[in-house]
Ligand binder design. Structure first.
Ligand SMILES: NC(=O)c1ccc[n+]([C@@H]2O[C@H](COP(=O)([O-])OP(=O)(O)OC[C@H]3O[C@@H](n4cnc5c(N)ncnc54)[C@H](OP(=O)(O)O)[C@@H]3O)[C@@H](O)[C@H]2O)c1
Length: 299
């Protein structure tokens, strides 16, 4: 297949490109840094610097839309919130315009979202049937999904990737946690009761490939492992995997002071269950956190 990927240079994109190239697909990656595409994604991957370069006579068989400014990195000022929205929603709207204009439409669009779609859910298990929450992250995900769904009007199959915490040693939240945890400074966040819906990067990529290839799959998908854990359990399990103590606690009030509204990403959570992928008989390689972490840390 000829596949266009936005955000292909990112944590998920790099792993995905490797898997897709291994299956013989031809890849084009949209990137603001075209020089980085060959290094991050593979020597044979073409770079596209702007969607304006996508002319209507150029066709892709599939589009995978992962681009987005990192959500946790900077204070959520009004300006930053707009950047977070534009890098996802405005970019997706532009992508939809390109698909609408293309003489030959892609068969499928896999488009980003996150488990933050559901808002703070306490201990309740959350399947794809659940509605959106009502905080900034939930609004962002709902509008991001809405902008992608428009291409269904052009006969394109759409899968929405409600992504949990993707575990990889080479970046993301786990990548950042490794140094303090290895130094014995592993820290529980707040009361530790908030749920963390995680997924091993290998399962994430395998699920993406299933959504790409299986024409029966459409709509929202919880891209998470079947056994989410609380933050207290995550902290304990990561410390055990590294054979280090994790005795510290970051009080919720301190995190709220230091991070403002963003602290909700760390102090609140959702117990998300991958109902549709499980019903479709997807077999998780890493259903349990301890095994997932041991695998990642042994690489
Ligand atoms: N990793 C997770 O645990 C997780 C969890 C939930 C949701 N997600 C979502 O899944 C997507 C992929 O995640 P990831 O971890 O691979 O993200 P990542 O490593 O931060 O990479 C995101 C990519 O998006 C592109 N990008 C960033 N800002 C942009 C902007 N202003 N305009 C256009 N492109 C921009 C960048 O590509 P260039 O620099 O090459 O342009 C970057 O490589 C993201 O949208 C993220 O929000 C990830």
């Amino acid at each position: 297949m000829r596949i266009l990927i936005t955000g292909g240079t990112g944590l998920i994109g790099r792993h995905l490109c490797k898997a897709l190239l291994g299956k013989g697909h031809q890849l084009t990656v949209l990137s603001r840094r075209p020089d980085s595409v060959a290094v991050n994604c593979g020597a044979t991957v073409q770079a596209l610097v702007s969607l304006d370069e996508w002319r209507p006579d150029r066709s892709f068989d599939a589009v995978i839309n992962l681009a987005g400014e990192p959500i946790v990195d900077a204070w959520w000022s009004a300006k930053r919130k707009q950047v977070l929205r534009d890098s996802r929603i405005a970019l997706t709207e532009k992508l939809v315009q390109c698909i609408a204009a293309a003489q030959q439409k892609p068969a499928v669009l896999l488009s980003g979202s996150a488990v933050g779609y559901y808002g703070n859910r306490g201990d309740t298990g959350v399947g794809e049937w659940a509605g959106a929450g009502n905080d900034f992250a939930a609004d962002l995900c709902r509008d991001w999904e809405g902008s992608a769904l428009v291409v269904e009007d052009y006969g394109v199959r759409v899968c929405l990737l409600r992504t949990g915490l993707v575990l990889s040693a080479s970046g993301g939240l786990l990548g950042r946690m490794l140094l303090p945890f290895k130094s014995g400074l592993g820290t529980r966040l707040g009361n530790g009761k908030q749920w963390m819906s995680w997924v091993h990067i290998d399962d994430y990529v395998a699920m993406l490939l299933r959504l790409l290839e299986d024409e029966q799959m459409r709509g929202p998908f919880n891209m998470t492992a079947p056994n989410p854990v609380t933050n207290a359990e995550f902290t304990r399990t990561l410390a055990q995997a590294l054979h280090r103590p994790a005795l510290l606690v970051a009080p919720g009030a301190v995190l709220k002071l230091a991070m403002g509204e963003r602290a909700a990403l760390l102090l609140e959570g959702q117990r998300v269950l991958p109902g549709k992928l499980t019903a479709a008989s997807y077999q998780f390689k890493f259903p349990d956190l301890a095994k997932a972490l041991n695998d990642i840390l042994s690489r």
